[in-house]
Ligand binder design. Structure first.
Ligand SMILES: [Zn+2]
Ligand SMILES: [Zn+2]
Length: 598
């Protein structure tokens, strides 16, 4: 974000404070920072705000913008600040904190600049706020059409539930009206595609309060999960991956060896069984994969040796950060630990990149690589890290091309640098998907060895990699990417037969059985409801093939095919409505499933 946009956003937060104080002179002010796409300001107010209030505040803010008000700053002492903000308990809190941290204090005026430090926040001449700066010089730099107040939410002062609850007003702000409109449109699209809503509507998954953040997979969702896993197994078997499964609960000593106990314990579920028996529920598969490698004699001829798995993982994500399938506490990864020699790193990365191309290509997802370098907390010595990072840069320069990938400083895993795969979805949002991490540490900590060509014992290098990432998260992304209208191969119900009336139920059943016997997931819906209602329902459930049968179809031995609009929009050439021969239809559907067509 450039600083001009930031300055506009933060200045609008001041204008919002003025608008609120004008309506509620006794309002207590919290903080008003810049956030992604806008700003917010927290207030303690005598009553709950309603959407109409936001409209009124917006109007006042537009008037303030048009009044061409100046912003000016002034340094003040703690004593002066305490006096100036004596009626503002939250500002006094901040002053105390800044003084403790020996940070200087500044106040900013919007409007005229008074000669002496005043004792009132708002007069007809100016508004005063405690602030570190980052404003426009004059409100005329703000486009009055390029901001909007969009949301009211509860927020505890300083994010602590022991503190008073405030009302937070969120605003969006951009430099131009078009940017605002584009963003509002994106929000609207995202809302329509929200996987949490669609997940319920399509009966894919659910949550229960007895296990926050841990999804239950319902039959429809499980079909998608299994299809993704089947495809994954098929493709990985071809590439010499060997699937394993390992304990979900492991003694503390395993996590001590791996380094998770020191570096990751706060994010783990811990089970204390008494008598000194402490277990950790696995947040990652790595330590178990190390144990499997170490369980047998290994030679250089076995390398690369790839142990894949899809076990469930649990991470104690903080409740405030949980977000449907996007951030869950229980999930499974399409994991693999590939053990290689140092010389094999480059080639193995190439092979993994090829898998990524294959998988993301299937879903028509555009993606980019991002290199994550050494974090603050890390295992091992800097020299090994430097050389590992250099190796990855070389591989990325070759595969993606110089400058055609991103670098995220200090974003590596604690045991090694990584390459993340960042994807863009149908409405242009970025998502982190797969990750490929280089690890010199864990094989060493677990004392892993293989016999080298010269007969000496050497430590292998591990490459941790996931392609889907978390299956849960990946399905969440697919739901939003396809707006619930999954490609045929993933659709929980691929076709539905709707007899026009009872008279054609027998013909409908005949068709239903024929389609089912051809391994297509099909349902038949009886005639209790009107045909119109059943068609609408099928459309809402995003069933790709809706097959209506009546007099004409029975006579001709055909079906009348209808496709929900989302499918027709996505692939107009393939999804054509109309009468069709049943054998041809089955053949076409099978072809579409086989090709995993979108
Ligand atoms: Zn400010
Ligand atoms: Zn791993």
């Amino acid at each position: 974000m450039d600083s001009k946009t930031e300055n506009i956003r933060h200045s609008l937060a001041h204008l919002l404070a003025i608008a609120v104080l004008k309506k509620f002179p006794k309002a207590k002010l919290g903080i008003g920072p810049v956030i992604e796409n806008g700003f917010y300001y927290d207030f303690k107010l005598p009553r709950s705000l309603a959407p109409e209030d936001l409209k009124e505040f917006e109007k006042t803010m537009r008037e303030l913008i048009k009044a061409r008000l100046n912003f000016s700053g002034k340094k003040i002492t703690a004593a002066e600040a305490k006096k100036a903000f004596r009626d503002q308990p939250f500002k006094l809190d901040l002053i105390k904190e800044f003084t403790k941290d020996k940070k200087g204090l500044t106040i900013y005026f919007t409007g005229k600049t008074p000669a002496t430090i005043p004792y009132s926040l708002l007069t007809t001449d100016y508004f005063m706020d405690l602030c570190r700066g980052g404003h426009v010089k004059n409100t005329s730099e703000i486009n009055p059409e390029a901001f909007a107040l969009v949301k009211i939410a509860g927020a505890y002062w300083r994010g602590d539930e022991k503190n008073p609850q405030l009302q937070r007003i969120y605003g969006l702000a951009f430099e131009t009206k078009k940017e605002l409109e584009d963003y509002l449109h994106l929000l609207e699209e995202a809302e329509k595609r929200d996987h949490k809503k669609l997940g319920v509507a399509l009966k894919l998954f659910m949550f229960h309060e007895t296990s926050p953040g841990a999804p239950y997979w319902l039959p429809n969702g499980m079909i998608i999960m299994n299809q993704l896993l089947d495809f994954w197994r098929e493709e990985h078997a071809k590439r010499e991956y060997h699937e394993i499964s390992s304990p979900l609960v492991n003694k503390k000593s395993l996590w001590e060896t791996s380094g998770h106990w020191d570096h990751y314990k706060d994010d783990m579920f811990i089970a204390d069984m008494g008598k000194g028996e402490i277990y950790g529920v696995k947040p990652m598969n790595c330590p178990n994969a190390m144990v499997v490698f170490g369980s047998d004699l290994r030679s250089y001829r076995d390398l690369p040796l790839r142990f894949s798995d899809t076990d469930s993982l649990h991470r104690y994500e903080r409740s405030g950060t949980l977000n449907g399938l996007f951030r869950a506490r229980a999930f499974r990864q399409d994991d693999s630990h590939n053990f290689v020699t140092e010389e094999q790193i480059g080639e193995e990365y190439e092979r993994i990149f090829e898998i990524a191309d294959r998988f993301y290509g299937i879903f028509d997802l555009k993606f980019r690589y991002r290199l994550g370098t050494r974090p603050e907390k890390f295992l091992g010595d800097k020299k090994t890290w430097d050389s590992a990072e250099k190796t990855l840069v070389k591989i990325l320069d070759k595969h993606a091309g110089k400058g055609k990938y991103d670098v995220a400083e200090k974003d590596g895993a604690f045991y090694g640098p990584k390459v993340d795969i960042i994807m863009k979805d149908a409405i242009g949002r970025d998502w982190q998907m797969g990750t490929i991490q280089l690890d010199f540490q864990q094989p060493q900590r677990f004392g892993l060895k293989y016999t080298a060509k010269d007969g000496s014992a050497k430590t292998p290098i591990a490459i941790h990699r996931v392609i889907y990432g978390s299956l849960e998260r990946f399905i969440g992304i697919l739901i939003e990417h396809f707006a619930g209208a999954f490609p045929l191969w993933l659709s929980p119900v691929q076709a539905v037969v709707l007899p026009v009336s009872e008279k054609f139920t027998n013909y409908g059943k005949e068709l239903f059985e024929k389609i089912r016997d051809n391994k297509i997931r099909v349902e038949i819906r009886d005639t209790n409801e009107t045909l119109g209602k059943r068609i609408r329902e099928a459309e809402l459930q995003k069933i790709p093939y809706v097959l209506v049968v009546g007099e004409k179809e029975e006579t001709n031995g055909t079906v009348n095919v209808r496709h929900p609009s989302l499918f027709k929009e996505r692939a107009p050439g393939r999804y054509l409505d109309g009468e069709k021969n049943i054998d041809e239809l089955i053949e076409e559907m099978q072809e579409e499933i086989k090709n995993k067509a979108i």
